[in-house]
Design a protein around this ligand. Structure first.
Ligand code: SF4
Length: 347
């Protein structure tokens, strides 16, 4: 590794800001990443030790009014068998998750009008009433300030909304014109203002992504200071306009994870299912370069395959109990430990 690259890594670890050109260099240049990965793991251990937090993912609906070009459950994909969980089913998922040691439930879904503001408010209240020692994370897309506020007041603690790309031009390559780059950013800042722990994120290697786009992602994240950052490799889905596009790579995703740990040192960063999909040990590798969260699936097994944002998604057949045992082994094998904890942000 040349001295300039090492110097940039050291400065990041010391909390320095980088210029856009420095980001482009550190992301785009080819170098031995051992030093970068070691520094990232060191920072992760400084703030979180070997703790790995688990989040119980409940995929509540695969209906979506949007048509993001990369997404397997986009509106125009008529080959998807659509489903919605009932309120009772969602509460059952939370109940079995609680027994298994989960203290955070993530309610994720497409932008589905059937989950009205009131309905989500009532589900959040029910979960918080029953499990006051748990956090509820919502990941339900773009809404108005008032909707988010109602959910926050009902007890929701966190909100995940990937910004997808910080480059405006790239945003409109990935999304139809009817969607709005400005509105997505507006949502993120509203969520923060309301008091949520907020997560943003992006895909690595998405179609037409340039190194400059990734550099802009890092600049945006540095400025926004999210509590959580979700990234994973782009994986194409056969029934989308990007079906023929190449997938993102393991190497670049790991590099970006390590750089995120250095630039947002206390953030909660998952080793995503997409990372485990492009490589059998992808999640373990993610943990070793700075990730500190895993998100096993608590959704009923019968609907898992239907929530297919990309092809060949792993963990669609195991019951939650099997999933968590498998993950425990994987996490321990990588040198870390799953803890029973709400796992709040330290940002
Ligand atoms: S990425 Fe999200 S908003 Fe876009 S189509 Fe898929 S589920 Fe809907």
């Amino acid at each position: 590794m040349n001295a300039e690259v090492q110097n940039i890594i050291d400065r990041l670890a010391d909390g320095d800001d980088l210029s856009i050109n420095e980001w482009i260099k550190i992301i785009g240049e080819d170098y031995d990443t051992t030093y970068l990965f070691d520094r990232a793991d060191g920072i992760r251990r400084k703030y979180y030790g070997t703790d790995v937090y688990i989040r119980g993912l409940i995929e509540i609906s695969n209906y979506c009014k949007n048509n993001c070009l990369y997404c397997g459950i986009r509106r125009d994909n008529e080959s998807v068998e659509r489903y919605r969980l009932s309120d009772e089913e969602i509460l059952e998922c939370a109940s079995s998750g609680y027994e298994l040691g989960f203290r955070t439930f993530v309610l994720q879904g497409g932008e589905d009008g059937a989950f009205s503001t009131k309905r989500v408010e009532s589900i959040v209240s029910s979960i918080k009433e029953k499990y006051s020692d748990c956090a509820v994370t919502l990941s339900l897309g773009e809404r108005e300030y008032e909707d988010y506020k109602m959910w926050f007041d009902a007890g929701a603690d966190r909100y995940l909304l990937r910004h997808e790309t910080a480059n405006r031009e790239h945003y409109y390559i990935l999304h139809p014109k009817e969607m709005s780059y400005e509105n997505r950013k507006r949502c993120l800042y509203d969520l923060k203002k309301i008091g949520f722990q907020v997560g943003c994120g992006f895909m690595v290697g998405s179609p037409f992504q340039e190194v400059e786009c990734l550099a802009e992602d890092m600049m945006f994240i540095r400025e926004f200071k999210p509590d959580m950052i979700g990234i994973g490799p782009f994986i194409s889905h056969a029934a989308t306009p990007f079906s023929d596009c190449e997938n993102g790579t393991l190497d670049l995703t790991l590099k970006m994870l390590a750089l995120l740990r250095l630039t947002c040192q206390k953030a909660l960063i998952p080793a995503t299912t997409a990372l485990g999909t492009i490589h059998p040990a992808g999640r373990e590798m993610g943990l070793k370069v700075g990730a500190n969260v895993v998100m096993p699936n608590l959704s009923p097994v019968g609907v898992r395959e239907k929530y297919s944002l990309y092809d060949n998604k792993i963990c669609t057949n195991e019951e939650a109990a099997e999933c968590i045992r498998c993950l425990e082994r994987r996490v321990e094998g990588a040198g870390y430990k799953i803890v029973v904890s709400k796992g709040d942000s330290k940002v």
